[in-house]
Design a binder for this molecule. Structure first.
Ligand SMILES: O=C(O)CCC(=O)C(=O)O
Ligand SMILES: [Fe+2]
Length: 370
């Protein structure tokens, strides 16, 4: 039995050595799907209120779409961005400056990677307590429910977090394409953070200056069809530990769902060549909760597979975080303590995905009784 314990980022290999982790039988869901099964193993079956359907899905609402090219030109688009950050914490971006051919190529090669035989993909395993590779992240115990998803997770920047042995050599051009893609997404993250700073009345360079040599990691998620999609979850509800996340999804079907302020799950319908952006826990802390990281999850489908390529952009590990003084006032007292971002990342990747629970680590007054 292979035990898999994964986190993204360079500083955390020691977590494995400290704890002997028993995660039990973890199947590869693509292989399960290939067997033509009509039921799903118990470990994937969620309890009632943790199932995807129910009356809490609001299929009619849409997250905002922002035209990045318009952001420097005037107040209207910036106002839209402010509203998107305040009301949703999630938006799609178009006119983002990344060549559509590059997005298509990244999607195609990622799909080809997941279509490789298991033995090929297992050349890049998420080692027990390891950091990156192919497998299942966020599984820490034998009784934990599993997500209907396969993942390939890789640290990208800075160079010190890269594990080149885990960068697939097949399909051909995967590595170069990921490299080119990541450089473009990095630029976009910087641009977005500069505009997000503006929406908060901060100098555009605020986050860029503060983040130092920002950490960038990518996770590719592949969700094969599932015979009982109404019983399982593709990816458990969570907020991201990043500052911002940029998600590319294929056009096959909607799977990503975002928790609205009213508490409903709102599907993010794919828009051709748009990228989905969400605010992570880091921005919630820095803005003292003015902007919030938002819970999201992925549901799966009975007929179609689905692919997402997700980039997490966060401060360098040695950066000290805490609410910026501008956001701490008599009306908005300090809600988060100061901590080191590396410490938070370590906490994040050694906790299972459970809504916004990870952020309690940073709260001055975490909820009691949980
Ligand atoms: O696949 C998706 O749409 C969600 C992925 C996601 O939220 C993540 O990888 O953090
Ligand atoms: Fe996420």
């Amino acid at each position: 039995m292979r035990s898999r314990f994964c986190c993204i980022g360079g500083a955390y290999a020691m977590a494995a050595a400290e704890n002997e982790i028993k995660i039990g039988q973890v199947d590869d869901v693509q292989e399960l799907h290939r067997t033509g099964l009509t039921t799903v193993p118990d470990r994937y079956i969620r309890d009632g209120d943790d199932r995807p359907d129910g009356d809490n899905v609001c299929a009619l609402a849409h997250i905002p779409v922002i035209d990045v090219g318009d952001l420097p030109r005037g107040d209207d688009e910036l106002d839209k961005l402010r509203l998107a950050c305040e009301e949703w914490g999630f938006f799609q971006v178009v006119n983002h400056g990344i060549a559509h051919e590059l997005l298509d190529e990244m999607e195609k090669l990622t799909r080809e990677f997941f279509m490789l035989p298991l033995e090929e993909k297992e050349k890049y395993p998420m080692a027990p307590g390891g950091i990156q590779g192919y497998g299942h992240a966020f599984v820490f115990s034998e009784d934990q429910k599993l997500d209907w998803c396969n993942m390939l997770a890789l640290g990208v920047e800075p160079a010190s977090i890269r594990q080149p042995k885990l960068w697939p050599t097949a399909p051909a051009r995967f590595r170069e394409t990921l490299e080119a893609y990541s450089a473009e997404v990095r630029k976009l993250c910087r641009t977005l953070l500069a505009h997000i700073a503006e929406t908060l009345g901060l100098a555009p360079a605020t986050f860029g200056d503060m983040f130092g040599e920002a950490v960038q990691a990518v996770r590719m998620n592949f969700y094969p069809p599932c015979p009982r999609p109404e019983l399982v979850m593709g990816l458990s509800a969570h907020s991201d530990g990043s500052a911002v996340t940029v998600l590319q999804q294929d056009m096959s079907c909607a799977g990503l769902q975002v928790r609205s302020k009213a508490g409903a799950w709102v599907p993010v319908h794919p828009v051709q060549h748009a990228l989905v952006v969400n605010l992570g826990d880091t921005l919630e802390v820095l803005t003292n909760g003015r902007y919030k990281s938002v819970e999201h999850r992925a549901v799966v489908n009975g007929e179609q597979d689905r692919l997402s390529v997700v980039t997490f952009y966060a401060p360098a590990y040695d950066v000290e975080l805490g609410p910026l003084p501008e956001f701490v006032t008599d009306e908005a007292p300090c809600r988060y303590r100061r901590f080191n971002h590396g410490e938070y990342s370590r906490h994040y990747v050694t906790s299972r995905l459970e809504g916004k629970k990870t952020l309690e680590f940073a709260m001055v007054n975490p909820p009691v009784g949980r």
